[in-house]
Design a binder for this molecule. Structure first.
Ligand SMILES: NC(=O)c1ccc[n+]([C@@H]2O[C@H](COP(=O)([O-])OP(=O)(O)OC[C@H]3O[C@@H](n4cnc5c(N)ncnc54)[C@H](O)[C@@H]3O)[C@@H](O)[C@H]2O)c1
Length: 306
């Protein structure tokens, strides 16, 4: 007898929500998806179908996705609820408060926030032991990682269930044992971005050079060689010697760079305004977006061969 797959409810049918729904549906789960905007619900199946076609995935998976305009009905029968609405703490708190009134006490509740502490989102729940964070990366159907964030209240069973749920759906779950800002991925990513901005701010090189140095040097290795594997490879003694010289020179200011603050104050918002660290024509923006997508698709194909 085959085991019943947990029923999933996705709250929010935007960029992340529709992609998360797609991953679970493709893995054989029945998925209900809720959004406050009717247009999001009306288009969600088409958006998922377009992705499935584009990726050469089983198009029938879309039949397992049910849009639902009533939040209570969307979650009532679910084993697992994942929220991906706007990055707005009071909104997320309000939604979970309402969701808890419609689900079983053991239904797992997850938020896909980018940076809001899970503890802040879930603190008002009656059953906080079943609540956690799941931080997916965009696009959810191409980037393998999902960070599973534990709060001080989360039970070991809820963490184990969520790790297995994502692994079974073909994702690579990473257990974040403490609810720290930025979790793991964004802490690492923004430690690098802080130094990248600082190099430009201090006239050491221009923005294009920073990006080229990363892409043509350690960026080439990063997908297969993490920093701690790399440290072991070259030796912890050499790593220590390098840190003694380089770390005191690296930016360690606790807040954002004044250079970044000024870009924003001057309306240089990046792609949105055509200029940020660099200038961007609409064609260059389209080209870069397409390049990233092509790279991620190729990586997914390589993963599938292994
Ligand atoms: N975009 C990313 O790269 C990324 C990556 C990881 C995590 N996240 C996080 O995922 C969440 C969703 O981000 P997104 O990029 O999908 O945003 P989005 O704007 O594409 O989608 C948000 C959706 O929430 C819906 N919504 C708004 N108010 C609602 C309500 N009251 N009830 C139900 N639905 C409501 C909107 O209609 C919209 O469809 C955010 O918390 C974001 O920080 C985003």
């Amino acid at each position: 007898m085959t085991e019943r797959k947990p029923k999933i409810a996705v709250i929010g049918a935007g960029l992340m929500g529709h992609g998360i729904a797609q991953v679970f549906a493709l893995a054989g789960h029945d998925v209900t998806i809720y959004d406050a905007a009717q247009t999001s619900l009306d288009t969600v199946k088409d958006r998922i179908l377009t992705n499935l076609k584009d990726l050469g995935d089983d198009q029938s998976a879309v039949n397992r996705v049910t849009p639902e305009a009533d939040l209570g009905k969307a979650v009532a029968d679910s084993d697992y609820v994942v929220e991906a609405v706007l990055e707005d703490l009071p909104l997320k708190q309000r939604l979970f408060d309402e969701i808890e009134q419609h689900v079983r006490p053991d239904t797992i509740l997850a938020s896909n926030t980018s940076v809001i502490p899970i503890t802040d989102i879930m603190q008002g729940l009656k059953h906080r032991e079943r609540a956690l964070g799941t931080h997916w990366w965009n696009p959810p159907f191409l980037v393998p990682l999902v960070e599973v964030i534990e709060t001080e209240w989360t039970s070991a069973e809820a963490v184990a269930f969520t790790m297995k749920l994502h692994a079974d759906a073909g994702k690579q779950p990473a257990h974040v044992k403490k609810d720290v800002p930025g979790f793991i991925g964004n802490r690492l990513q923004h430690a690098l971005w802080r130094e990248a901005v600082s190099l430009v701010e201090h006239g050491i090189c221009d923005a294009e050079t920073v990006d080229n140095v990363i892409k043509a040097a350690f960026g080439r290795r990063l997908a297969v060689l993490g920093p701690l594997e790399n440290a072991d490879m070259v030796g912890t003694d050499l790593t220590l010697a390098i840190h003694k010289i380089v770390l005191p020179a690296i930016d360690s200011r606790p807040g954002p760079s004044p250079y970044l603050e000024k870009l924003v104050a001057d309306g240089k918002l990046g792609f949105k305004s055509g200029e940020g660290f660099r200038t961007w024509t609409p064609e260059q923006q389209t080209e870069l977006r397409a390049k990233v997508l092509k790279h991620l698709k190729k990586a997914r194909e390589e993963d599938a061969k292994q």
